[in-house]
Write a protein that binds this ligand. Structure first.
Ligand code: FAD
Length: 500
């Protein structure tokens, strides 16, 4: 790394541009690879405080188990994840979820019940399964059906996910279905979570078709038509044009993606255990100040760190931007992974996992039946479960020690899944302040950030704090930030509208 470099203002045009990326999570690595591949003549350096690249992404491999440390797959209906895998020659390693484990369960009064077929996050696509589900009372079902006749909201104001779901489908559908499904994805408090920054397509559906139920019916009919025309199951048809299930992973786990990205970087690009303290504008360039006091000058910098970390780095020299970034809240997440003998688990595990509504008063948010979703992640005769806890519902859990977490979570998991024996082994992964909470008004805040950024063309922001928490959005945010600092994109492209 070039430390304490003194800029030579008389020579900026004579050397290739020098860019820095701060953060080597998926967003930062996507930005760095984009810079190296699309703007070939530049010099790129990536700095990360951690001793390993990947940020929250990573895969542990022990005793024949392959355990994801955070994300275990990504959605294919947004193109950027699959496209990146193709660009990295990883297409042959992409694997789809086990077709026999695609249904999910919801915990209801202490028991696992199947999620009604066709219920998609905020709305039913099919009526009969909703009418027959034991998850809702007769009154709850009648209230949900009334959605068909309710007038749509006319204005464009944001609202919380909870307000939207209760307004359209009633309190029971919200509590028993929407709240646990949304919490399992965002780890957020649904009373605060912005509808427009997360699942805006449901507001569009309401506006366009007057009712979600009506909109879902139209969409399903169109999908069936498309599937007939394509000669296959529409759910397997990814917008990227390839045929994948809705979610995919990589054979050796998501660390394979991180390794492939790092492999594409020229030697000497990645600097681990190198925390950045601050960034400062410096006469058309950028000064990067490291925690050990060293400094470098670069022509552009992508901050691919959580928004709170970007806020801390900009506090001294860009206080207005910093204040706005600091308004994006984050919460923690904890995963307890546990392996059992298959014979000790009475439940058929005939699904991908279960979600747990807040009304069940459980510390568990969700349980992923990892070895059912992806059978190769556990040796024959064993079962691998990943138990999600904490989030905005129990933020304290991320600090609990392993034995207390086990005592809190395992007895309930063992009761829910009728497990007789003790776990063969367990693993804990804690992510402090890793999941952004897009509060109501998040899109307005992004506009304010955009306006601040407009004055600093060499500065790019990437990561999960802005326009999507999932891996494909993070990848896209890195690519756009790279184009921006290389002078190939306008400030407006810092955050395209959510494309769910
Ligand atoms: C438990 C969990 C489960 C998830 N499941 C899924 C899933 O199934 N599918 C999906 O698509 N998404 C999932 N996500 C979301 C997705 O994984 C993340 O949003 C994404 O990986 C974030 O990537 P990132 O690069 O933006 O940030 P991070 O991975 O947080 O990386 C940021 C990097 O910045 C570095 N950094 C921070 N401060 C500094 C500093 N001062 N100096 C230098 N470096 C610094 C950090 O060390 C870190 O390496 C999940 C997230 C979590 C936490």
């Amino acid at each position: 790394m070039m430390m304490n470099a003194v800029p030579d203002p008389t020579r900026p045009q004579q050397r290739p541009p020098h860019y820095a990326v701060v953060g080597s999570g998926i967003s930062g690595l996507a930005a760095a690879v984009e810079l190296c591949q699309k703007f070939a003549s530049c010099q790129v350096e990536v700095f990360d405080a951690a001793s390993e690249p990947g940020g929250v992404l990573g895969t542990a491999a022990e005793g024949g188990f392959q355990i994801e440390r955070s994300a275990d797959n990504f959605i294919t209906t947004l193109p950027w994840g699959v496209e990146l895998c193709h660009r990295l020659d990883l297409a042959d390693s992409l694997i789809t979820t086990n077709p026999e484990a695609r249904r999910a369960f919801v915990v209801h009064r202490g028991k696992l019940r199947p999620l009604p077929d066709g219920f998609q996050m905020l709305a039913p696509t099919r009526w009969l399964p909703l009418a027959l589900t034991p998850l809702l009372s007769p009154l709850g079902k009648i209230r949900a059906a009334a959605e068909f006749f309710l007038p749509p909201r006319r204005d464009d104001a944001d609202e919380s996910m909870a307000d939207f779901a209760r307004r359209r489908l009633g309190r029971e559908v919200y509590q028993r279905l929407v709240e646990p499904l949304v919490t399992a994805v965002y780890g957020a408090d649904t009373e605060k979570l912005s509808l427009l920054a997360t699942l805006s397509r449901f507001r569009e559906m309401e506006k366009r078709h007057r009712s979600l139920i009506r909109a879902m019916r139209v969409q399903m009919a169109e999908r069936r038509k498309r599937a007939r025309a394509a000669g296959g199951d529409s759910a397997r048809f990814a917008e990227s044009g390839a045929r994948y299930s809705m979610f995919v992973t990589l054979r050796r786990g998501l660390r394979q993606l991180i390794e492939a990205l790092v492999d594409r970087l020229p030697a000497g690009t990645l600097h681990l255990a190198t925390p950045v303290e601050a960034v400062a504008p410096a006469n058309g360039q950028w000064r990067l100040i490291f925690r050990d006091g060293a400094e470098i000058l670069v022509d552009g910098v992508v901050l691919a760190v959580p928004a709170h970390a970007a806020s801390a780095m900009t506090r001294q020299y860009l206080p207005q931007l910093s204040a706005k970034l600091g308004r994006i809240e984050y919460t923690g997440s904890t995963i307890l992974a546990a392996a059992y003998r298959r014979e000790d688990v009475r439940h058929a595990l005939d699904g991908s996992g279960c979600v747990v509504p807040a009304v069940e008063k459980s510390p568990i948010l969700a349980i992923s039946f990892s070895s059912r979703k992806y059978p190769h992640v556990a040796p024959a005769g064993t079962v691998l479960l990943r138990i999600f806890a904490g989030g905005a519902r129990r933020p304290d859990l991320v600090e609990q020690d392993e034995s207390r977490l086990q005592g809190l979570l395992l007895p309930e998991v063992e009761r829910l899944l009728s497990i007789q024996g003790r776990p063969l082994r367990t693993w804990v992964f804690r992510w402090r302040a890793a999941m952004p909470q897009y509060a109501v008004g998040h899109l307005d805040l992004l506009q304010e950030i955009r306006r601040e950024l407009a004055g600093f063309p060499g500065l790019g922001l990437a990561g999960n704090g802005y326009f999507g928490v999932g891996m494909p959005h993070c990848i896209r945010s890195g690519q756009l930030a790279a184009a921006r600092v290389a002078g190939q994109a306008s400030a407006d492209e810092f955050a395209p509208p959510p494309a769910f």
